[in-house]
Ligand binder design. Structure first.
Ligand code: FPP
Length: 254
């Protein structure tokens, strides 16, 4: 009985195993929202909120890997986040360095493949190098695909794809009427990956905020009220369970 399984899950706070879900998504995308509000609630500087958010992130990556989910996409820094104070932007940039230096060995050992979504060009040189190095070091890994969106915007990603396809048409490598949905997918950062099945945005906000616009076409959305630094593995299991009980029809009928 569906409600009975959901109730058991809500009460038992131990991390779930893959077989305890009726269905698991292939691709989970997360908008990690609420770090600022968490910091305010605890009378702390916003950078402490982001630091605490990074702790939550480590646990969620581990659990995703343990469950055998194929792709995890995280929205770490949008193209609009440059509009925040210099202090907050530099705290986020420093956190990225700290995250990769402390996690890369474990991620690589676990066969995780890292891909940065977004334009690395505007990032400080040190960050650019660390991100490129993480991608290069893990490029042959075949386990969880970990996409981290940094200086990323969904519309900019689609514009980039359109430009690349236009060049192919101009050079005669492709006819305009040969362009399909797959052609566009193949020119996104996520080429070769399945579309998003489950999108989670924490903190109660219910917006996409320019995240993976093309890839989220048929995603199921779950919006937990909890602020990102308080998003535990248990909260994640509840979101995954909500997904498992959704009726996905892709516009058709059952
Ligand atoms: C949104 O919360 C969160 C961000 C803009 C940054 C998310 C980044 C991390 C969790 C850690 C850094 C990432 C890596 C890969 C190390 P908000 O600040 O907009 O929250 P608010 O809406 O409550 O102010």
């Amino acid at each position: 009985m569906k409600w009975k399984a959901a109730l058991t899950l809500a009460l038992k706070k131990t991390p779930r195993t893959a077989t305890e879900f009726a269905a698991l998504p292939k691709h989970v995308a997360i908008i990690m929202d609420g770090n600022g509000r968490w910091a305010k609630k605890h009378h702390l500087n916003v950078s402490k909120g982001h630091r605490q958010g990074t702790e939550a992130l480590r646990e969620i990556i581990r659990h995703t890997d343990d469950l055998g989910i194929r792709v995890l996409s995280l929205y770490a820094f949008s193209t609009e986040n440059w509009n925040r104070s210099e202090e907050e932007v530099s705290a986020l940039m420093q956190l990225m360095l700290d995250f990769f230096s402390s996690e890369i060995d474990e991620l690589d050992a676990k066969n995780v493949r890292i891909l940065i979504l977004g334009d690395k060009g505007r990032l400080p040189e040190k960050q650019r190098e660390v991100l490129k190095e993480a991608e290069k070091r893990t490029e042959r890994n075949t386990g969880l695909r970990l996409n981290i969106a940094i200086n990323y915007g969904g519309r900019a990603e689609i514009v980039k794809a359109a430009r690349e396809i236009a060049v192919l048409v101009r050079n005669g490598a492709l006819q305009a009427d040969q362009i399909t949905e797959e052609t566009l997918s193949d020119h996104l950062y996520t080429r070769g990956q399945p579309d998003v099945d489950l999108l989670i945005r924490t903190s109660g906000e219910q917006r996409l905020s320019n995240f993976l616009l093309y890839q989220n076409a048929y995603a199921e959305f779950v919006f937990p009220e909890v602020l990102w630094p308080d998003f535990t593995v248990h909260e994640y299991d509840l979101a995954l369970d909500a997904y498992a009980h959704r009726d996905r029809r892709y516009g058709g009928r059952k």
